[in-house]
Design a protein around this ligand. Sequence first.
Ligand code: DNO
Length: 358
Amino acid sequence: MQMTMRWFGDKFDSVKLWQIRQVPGVTGVITTLYDIPAGELWPLERIQALKKEVEDAGLNIAGIESVNIHDDIKIGRSTRDKYIENYIRTLENLAACDIKLVCYNFMPVFDWTRTDLAKVRPDGATVLAYDQKVVDSIDPQTFFDQTNDNSNGYVMPGWEPERLSHVKELFEAYKDVDEETLFNNLVYFLKAIQPVCEKHGIKMAIHPDDPAWPVFGLPRIITSKEKILRVMKAVDSPFNGLTFCAGSFGSNPKNDLPGIIRALPGRIHFAHVRNLHHFEPGVFEEAAHLSSDGSFDLYEMVRALYETGFDGPIRPDHGRAIWGEVSMPGYGLYDRALGAEYILGLWEAIDKSEKRLK
Ligand code: DNO
């Protein structure tokens, strides 16, 4: 297990690499070329420069989050092969820089969705929150505009303007794409990239849908243990893996988080570990990582990762905004650093008690 933090690049992140370097136990970053639109080729020189920047700061690139998938691939348009070709060449360029973990998602149009980016909690911290009633009462374009207006001036991951400047057209393009079609288009994509992944030992780690149900009538397919197992079986090779994201699967209280981890030994390549507080089905807010602050048992989650031999990067996930920090919502330094220390503490305790028992 390697403890990491997500970093969006010097131009886009409020957090600096030297600050991440000072978080005890964090040895790497999960990063991206945030300015490259989905579907375009990542030039080798850009990846090399990013790697140098991170390594000069005393860290390593533990993986990429995300190389985004062009909507034509998800929709299954005839143009998809051109975008898949760019994806394959991007993977080759990453492998040439020894970067072999790629997180991506297969959500149509929108990535993760929250209805409040700064809900005030009793202690004055603010958090991201979700209320299905809000989504049900507003149209997608207004929703998109509101999200961007409330993001402290930062571009939110998955909400990049160039991706979403055509919300209406995209909705139109998805009108014949149901869950089954989306699933088949994912399998088509995975089979197409399989040879390059297997040749270079690249691990692909699909991110679950967040929240874990259809929003705005768009299909969503990575929402439960059964559904992710279906994807794993459809292309049954270790390169085809999962980003276990507690907050995404956990948005549905019916999902048993340690159970999902235990069902996928060897197929979880990356983990986003965090906590949510549920109020009622479809209404939740993000919490501090500590188990007692939310609805999840972080000890059981970390224990399941430990016991299934997880050896990839973990990152703390969305943090609360605390101590006056202003950042991209969910991605400040302070609360994520607290989360990293807590997860490292759980891991050390489990590791030492297991070794003592032996
Ligand atoms: C939200 C993130 C997601 C995730 C993508 C992966 O903060 O967890 O945006 O990076 O879905 O492609």
